[in-house]
Design a protein around this ligand. Structure first.
Ligand code: PGA
Length: 247
């Protein structure tokens, strides 16, 4: 696992965007795994900037998002589909047919999960997967006590996640209780993983993810077993690691 500590959120976002940009430059038809949440917003705006200055093009890029709330329509402002359009897809030259996000309104969830896994396989697998980490150690919506062997599946959100995500909704009651998420196995099959974390509330989880035991109670700990993980942190998220001076 490579650990990179950035001065602040802006520098973290620039470093993450540069890593994604170099993946795109080296392989213009890369398959990217994308994440939502507050953490990657700065990375997406840097990617948009790099696209606008013609450093990168998304014309042959294929994307798969990690997850989507169950029951939310693509036009719902709280859906991850909407989030991705707002922060990235509307501002770049990606082809609509190359964008993949689980369908939160699918009639048959089991089939939808199977379809999603098959689409990832047909695309040749994920070259680089972007991840955030929840305060409870989740990646995607793989909550504590996850089954490491799970592929894309319907998950019930943890109380902590519902609380954390309520900041994006009018109130906690409006946060969906379920979501469709890539499983740990799906994530572990990605060739490269780029995990981002900023803020002091992530510091303990980051310490445990890197130094703790590998356990389904802390889903992100499984990344210790992946051969190509880069973790980019701001000084606060890195503060429990101690070996780093906070810049
Ligand atoms: P955040 O969420 O980026 O909004 O902190 C991360 C996550 O839950 O994976």
């Amino acid at each position: 696992m490579r650990i990179v500590v950035a001065r602040d959120y802006l520098e973290l976002s620039k470093k993450a965007a540069n890593m994604l940009a170099s993946q795109i430059i080296l392989k213009p038809n890369s398959v990217l795994g994308l994440a939502t949440g507050a953490t990657p917003i700065g990375t997406y705006s840097e990617l948009v900037r790099l696209y606008k200055e013609e450093t990168i093009s998304f014309c042959d890029i294929i994307t798969f998002n990690l997850d989507e709330y169950y029951g939310l329509d693509v036009d719902n402002k709280q859906s991850y589909s909407y989030f991705m359009k707002e922060h990235l897809f509307h501002h770049i030259n990606i082809k609509k047919e190359n964008i993949h996000i689980p369908n939160g309104k699918a009639q048959d969830i089991f089939l939808e999960c199977k379809r999603y896994e098959a689409a990832i396989k047909d695309a040749g697998g994920i070259d680089m997967q972007l991840l955030g980490i929840g305060r409870n150690g989740h990646i995607g919506f793989n909550e504590p006590d996850v089954k490491f062997e799970a592929m894309t599946h319907l998950v019930t959100l943890d109380e902590d996640t519902i609380g954390a995500n309520s900041r994006f909704f009018k109130d906690k009651e409006q946060v969906p209780r379920q979501a469709i998420s890539m499983g740990i196995k799906t994530i572990m099959h990605s060739r490269k993983i780029l995990l981002l974390a900023n803020g002091i509330e992530k510091a303990d989880m980051i310490y445990e993810m890197i130094n703790g035991k590998i356990t389904p109670e802390l889903p992100a700990s499984v990344l210790q077993l992946h051969p190509d993980v880069t973790v980019i942190l701001d000084g606060n998220a890195a503060s429990a690691l101690k070996i780093y001076e906070i810049p």
